[in-house]
Design a protein around this ligand. Sequence first.
Ligand code: ADP
Length: 582
Amino acid sequence: MKKHYGEYLAWLTVLLLIFASAWQLIGGFYQRQVLSQQQDYLEKKGELLIRMAKTPVSQEDLAHLSEDYVTASGERVTLLDGKGNILHDTFDPTLQGTRSDRPEVKTVLQGGKLGVSLRESDTLDQELLYVALPITVDGQLDKILRIAEPTAGFMAASGGVRRSIFVVYSVLCLLITLLILHFLRQKNRPIEKILPVLKKMVAQPEKTELIMQTSPQWQELYQTINKLSEQLTETYQAYTATENQLHTLLNELMIGVFILDDQKQLIMMNPTMKEQLGLYGKLQLPSEFAAIIKDPSLIQLIYRVSPQQPVLQEELKLKLPEEKVLDINLRLFNEQQQLMGISYDLTRIRQLEKMQKDFVGNVSHELKTPVTSLIGFTETLLDGAMADPDTTREFLQIMQQDARRLERLIKEIIQLSKTDNPPSYELQPLKLATIFEQLQESFRHLLAEKQVQLRFEGDAPETWYTSRELFYPIVKNLVENAIQYSPQKSEVLLHWEETPTGALKLSVQDQGIGIEQEDQARIFERFYRVDKARARHSGGTGLGLAIVKDYTESLGGSVKLDSHPGVGSRFTVLLPRNVPHQ
Ligand code: ADP
């Protein structure tokens, strides 16, 4: 609106200037018209006087004629001789001297038929219109008749007409101005109506803005704008809904997604991708991709994508700091303007595959050793060694040991396979003190042999509702390892308590050799042994802790290890409370 006031003001100024200049022209033209008419009149009158006087025109004659025809009308007549000297003047009969320097006289003296001049009179001190006419005798300039009239007289008479013209002119100008302003307003009206609505539409596209105005002239325009606003709102809402869906989808997707623009600026990265790259906290987007994606192999892969090679797929091993295996798919899209990366986390799958492979390899290896030994001894016996009863006895004892080891291995493999495909275990209340007494009994020989003291510590809970089939092997394996890897004359402590959350916290602590930090993460793997020779010698299979971990997890719990080489180890098992079925 305010902008239009400026426009109106500019128009008014221009109009005013045009009207003023036009009036200036009209006024000048009118004045020239009046002067020219008066000049004609004076010329005619002069000619009449010359004709009425006797030839040659005498001073007295003219004085006489002037008295009758001129003096009453306020005009002034001057008779000059052929050189421009005053002979007679009707205003001042005593006036003398030359007027040859006056423009009108000069013209006639130079042979002109008519001399005209408009100027201030030296004698009368007012503006006069002078007209000079030659009086000739035989074609020769004899005298000059000059007739003059004050302009004030005839200008005043024409002043009334001039005023009337001015009034009519002013009214006309006013009408033109009003008309122009009206057209201007008409022209600006739709802009004044539509502009604020358009501004609101841009600022809040989710709201429909309507023009509630009935104007036959602009109706169609207003209706179109209203329709446009409705369509914009609908499109915007549809767009926001789609964007929300996409956003949710990307946030929830278990696949990592990121997008780079044509300038290699990272413009989008979903939470899964951030997690896969080990990025935490909010990202400042857009930003240079290499400032966020730090892994050299992934950076190289991104640089390898080009219009000649718009799709790339590779399995990358990232160290961030723990190793991750990602299957990365890169492709150019949006007419090769942007690059989209899709990443699947294969870490777990690859780990499982490796574990499976290792397991099969380890099982074959572990089974092969006692079997080879058994075959070797039976062959030796059959080849004749059987004849010596002492050798036979010694060999049979070794064979029995190997067979027991085989039996144990097979038993533990079967135990492990149970948790891979767990049946539903029967839960029952177990008296913990009784379980621990049974443990003491089963390790009596080993404890005596190593002179290790096994202590139990804990009052509550007295009973624990769990599966004996899973619970017993957990504690048995932990206690067996603790005794096994303890030095002579040391102590193993089995401690249990109920946590504030109602879980059972059970720990087995020894004063044994301890486990190096680098081995701690791996000892729960199947067949993993810190010192293979020593462990095998101790009768270990490398499956004990794998069973502990699998069974604890089957019961919904977790196992933790604190260990320092040369000081001892503490394995802590946390089992959640099972609610007995009523
Ligand atoms: P194993 O049958 O060989 O004992 P486990 O799975 O029970 O197999 O244990 C894996 C490895 O962890 C063992 O070979 C041993 O090196 C180490 N280990 C287990 N318990 C202890 C412990 N209490 N102290 C020291 N090392 C232990």
